[in-house]
Design a protein around this ligand. Structure first.
Ligand code: AMP
Length: 279
């Protein structure tokens, strides 16, 4: 069922709680793909009711980012949700979420300054604010986030801990195309040639993992190899970062350990892609 108003969603939430139902929640920006579907399936498995939100959150986009051209297809998204047995699709407008006079924000310090946070100022503040609002509206028992956006997952977990929000934040595995490309709504922007260049990202990350598994302990060796593989591609315009970080603090590593995360952000043409792999 498609719900557009906060008031209606809250009423449903209240009723479900009264009935003793557990609520699983999957926040998205829509244009759903198999990555989103995997989160929905996790939620369906663990909870009585699954709520998916579709909201392209304007306050998490920078001035020169892709808010206006972000891909949208509500009809298809609702079809996918129906097929997957989602109980409610929450689809508020920007005015509904940010009415005139809105001026309260949630900001996690520290880990939001690293990786993507260093290049997208204000991005995580927008994310945590909207997710906090959505948690208040949907009141989920569990919320599902993809490890594709690894930093986002860690930032949300930190927010929930720091603010004592009663929700279990569950990270789900990153889903890739058969050829390795991490699924993303933004892949729609890629031309066939750009897509070919973008494949170097996952190829490089797989290679990094292989190096670690063969005994490499020096993070800079991995970073250099990843950089070499990605930068050899003609349509890679800019590598924003390639880092090996601690899986919780997201701080750079001096010596590699199992569980460390290799994270990258790359512009292929005008499309910014992120990817990561756990060692
Ligand atoms: P988005 O619609 O891109 O904001 O993503 C909504 C949720 O889906 C976030 O928790 C993402 O991390 C997750 N997600 C996006 N792409 C993938 C993927 N390839 N594998 C797993 N989860 C994903």
């Amino acid at each position: 069922m498609l719900i557009r108003k906060i008031k209606d969603m809250k009423q449903i939430t209240k009723r479900l709680k009264k009935e003793g139902k557990t609520i699983g929640f999957v926040p998205t920006m829509g244009y759903l793909h198999e990555g989103h579907v995997s989160l929905i399936r996790c939620s369906k498995k663990d909870n009585d009711i699954t709520v998916v939100s579709i909201f392209v959150n304007p306050i998490q986009f920078g001035k020169n980012e892709d808010l206006d051209r972000y891909p949208r297809d509500l009809e298809r998204d609702v079809e996918i949700c129906t097929e997957e047995g989602v109980d409610y699709v929450f689809y508020p407008s920007a005015d509904e979420m940010y009415p005139e006079g809105f001026s309260t924000y949630v900001e996690v310090e520290g880990i939001t300054r690293r990786l993507c946070g260093a290049f997208r100022s204000g991005h995580f503040k927008g994310v945590t604010t909207v997710v906090a609002k959505l948690f208040n509206i949907v009141q989920p028992d569990r919320a599902y986030f993809g490890e594709k956006d690894y930093q986002q997952l860690k930032v949300i977990q930190k927010m929930v801990r720091d603010l004592n929000i009663d929700v279990e934040v569950i990270g789900c595995p990153l889903i890739r195309e058969k050829d390795g490309l991490a699924l993303s709504s933004r892949n729609k922007y890629l031309t066939p040639e750009e897509r070919k260049s973008a494949l170097s990202i996952s190829r490089a990350l797989f290679r990094a993992k292989q190096m670690f598994e063969s005994g490499e302990k020096d993070p800079s060796k991995l970073v250099n190899e990843v950089k070499r593989i990605i930068s050899s591609q003609p349509l890679v315009k800019e590598i924003q970062y390639i880092e090996v970080v601690d899986p919780e603090e997201l701080t750079p590593k001096k010596k590699l350990e199992k569980g460390d995360v290799v994270a990258v952000a790359v512009f292929v043409g005008n499309t910014r892609l992120i990817d990561n792999i756990k060692l």
